[in-house]
Design a protein around this ligand. Structure first.
Ligand SMILES: Cc1cc2nc3c(=O)[nH]c(=O)nc-3n(C[C@H](O)[C@H](O)[C@H](O)COP(=O)(O)OP(=O)(O)OC[C@H]3O[C@@H](n4cnc5c(N)ncnc54)[C@H](O)[C@@H]3O)c2cc1C
Length: 466
């Protein structure tokens, strides 16, 4: 049996997913003191996962992390194979023929449901699709968001909900120099929305958005924040939570919200209204969203363990569009164990398991490993933990039958997959930046796969929409 990780037989690892966890995993493997070959797959031609398609377009600085990923990508032991969907163009068991180990880092692409009546009405949307749409994710370009009503409701108290609110509240002027797609900018420019209402089922102290995002809502050019002073009256447990040094940013949030009580609208036309202690119970309307009904909650229990209890009192709000933003969930790839309940691939320290059985040679990293929590940086230690497990197992891995990326590429080409390399991506990147120059934006993304591929093969038609 060959010794893996040597000059004669480098350790061959496939990583599925080119978001932060995929790149951090690649980096951690390539830093090992052994000889490795790492091939990173993504279903899209373009890399970087949610850094490209999730992070808000008006938060460009956060995308600087891409520079770190680009440094990883120039390692000669690294290859990028974009436009390859694992589970479709190639199966998980097939990957085992070409790689000694596979790390699944394919994120959490779907959204959680509220489980309330009316959720499927026209005009009831998910943050996932809205974010994907304005960020140019090809899967969401045919979605239509009707912004002709005056009131938008968002359910959720995390940073994604805040992103959605901010994009709805900003003026086209505030967004025009970002990498939001031109199509989204044009639709938002026609928006008639005057009020954006954000609802959380718990209180202001328990909300999970972070202070910079909250503070930004008070600094918008044409929108001002509103909080009901009654929502800021805290019970004893919440007051104790505020004293806890571990909750420092919740305290900061609370202070920012208190400052919003005396904010001067100064002619700003839109308002952003925060509601706490409200759970959605029904979305109503004839054929499309017209109203949302909420139950008023109370919190009970010890500090940091408070439970939400419905009070049996309800209120309704008229609205033209309703967004839910209550968390992301992973999806199943055929052949891979999956926990529907947790929305992750079950694992122990990154080793894929099913009913306690460990799948030798299969690993997970990132959101599909631990659930959709944490910022970009959280995926680095997480990936390192997975790679530690992989390195501990190296002596027990089954060496693959066909240790050749060329052979794998031949197979993919025989299936008519147009595999995109990192050099190809750089051509897409250059074309997007070029398109952006004309519009005064950092880039104008290709939001369709045909557009991305045209940029590689120089077949861009000046009149066509990509
Ligand atoms: C809307 C939003 C905004 C965010 N904003 C911030 C922020 O401002 N700052 C911050 O620090 N964090 C932010 N985050 C969190 C951050 O994006 C995540 O922590 C991080 O992206 C998770 O990394 P990941 O690699 O696990 O998943 P992802 O980034 O989702 O990457 C998964 C990759 O897998 C690919 N893939 C999926 N299925 C397959 C398949 N079958 N075959 C091949 N490839 C596949 C996808 O195309 C994708 O490229 C945000 C998250 C969201 C949802």
């Amino acid at each position: 049996m060959p010794v893996l990780g040597t000059q004669e037989r480098p350790l061959r690892v496939a990583i599925v997913g080119s978001g932060p966890s995929g790149f951090y995993t690649a980096d951690a493997i390539l830093r090992q003191n052994i000889i490795t070959k790492v091939d990173l797959f993504d279903k899209l031609p373009v890399p970087f996962g949610l850094v490209r398609h999730g992070v808000a377009p008006d938060h460009q600085k956060i995308k600087n992390v891409i520079k770190i990923f680009e440094k990883i990508a120039v390692n000669p032991q690294f290859s990028y194979f974009g436009n390859v969907t694992v589970g479709k163009n190639i199966g998980v068991f097939e990957l085992n023929k070409y790689y000694d180990a596979v790390v699944f880092a394919y994120g959490a692409e779907t959204d959680r449901h509220l489980g309330v009546r009316g959720e499927d009405l026209a005009g009831s949307c998910t943050a996932t699709e809205f974010v994907g749409w304005y960020n140019g994710h090809p899967d969401f370009q045919d979605r239509h968001f009707d912004l002709s009503g005056e009131v938008a409701v968002i359910v959720g108290n995390g940073n994604v909900a805040m992103d959605v609110a901010r994009i709805l509240c900003k003026t086209p002027e505030e967004l025009k120099n970002t990498d939001i797609t031109q199509n989204a900018l044009d639709v938002l420019a026609e928006s008639k929305i005057k009020e954006v209402h954000l609802f959380g089922r718990r209180g202001p102290v328990q909300a999970s958005f972070t202070s910079p995002e909250l503070r930004e809502m008070g600094e918008l050019s044409s929108c001002y924040p509103v909080v009901d002073p009654k929502d800021l009256q805290l019970n004893e447990s919440s007051l104790k939570e505020l004293q806890d040094t571990a909750n420092a940013w919740h305290k900061k949030n609370y202070e920012i919200m208190k400052s919003y009580l005396s904010i001067d609208p100064q002619g700003r036309k839109r308002k952003f209204v925060m509601h706490f202690f409200r759970s959605p119970v029904e979305i109503m309307g004839k054929g499309r969203v017209q109203k949302a009904r909420f139950e008023i909650n109370a919190l009970t229990g010890d500090p940091n363990k408070q439970k939400v209890r419905g009070t049996g009192k309800f209120e309704e709000i008229d609205c033209g569009i309703f967004f839910r933003s209550v968390g992301y969930s992973g999806t199943r790839i055929q052949g891979l164990p999956f926990s529907t309940e947790a929305g992750i691939v079950p694992n122990q320290l990154g080793r894929v398991v099913d009913s306690e059985q460990i799948f030798t040679g299969w690993y997970v990293a990132g959101w599909i490993k631990r659930g959709a929590v944490g910022i970009i940086g959280s995926n680095k230690p997480d990936a390192e933990e997975t790679v530690r497990s992989l390195m501990e197992d190296i002596g027990h891995l089954n060496p693959c039958e066909i240790p050749s990326s060329e052979e794998l590429l031949k197979l993919l080409r025989s299936r008519e997959a147009m595999v995109v390399t990192f050099d190809d991506w750089k051509k897409i990147d250059a074309a997007e930046i070029q398109r952006g120059v004309q519009l005064g934006k950092p880039r104008e993304k290709f939001a369709r796969i045909t557009g991305m591929l045209s940029a590689i093969f120089n077949r861009i038609h000046p009149e066509k929409k990509y």
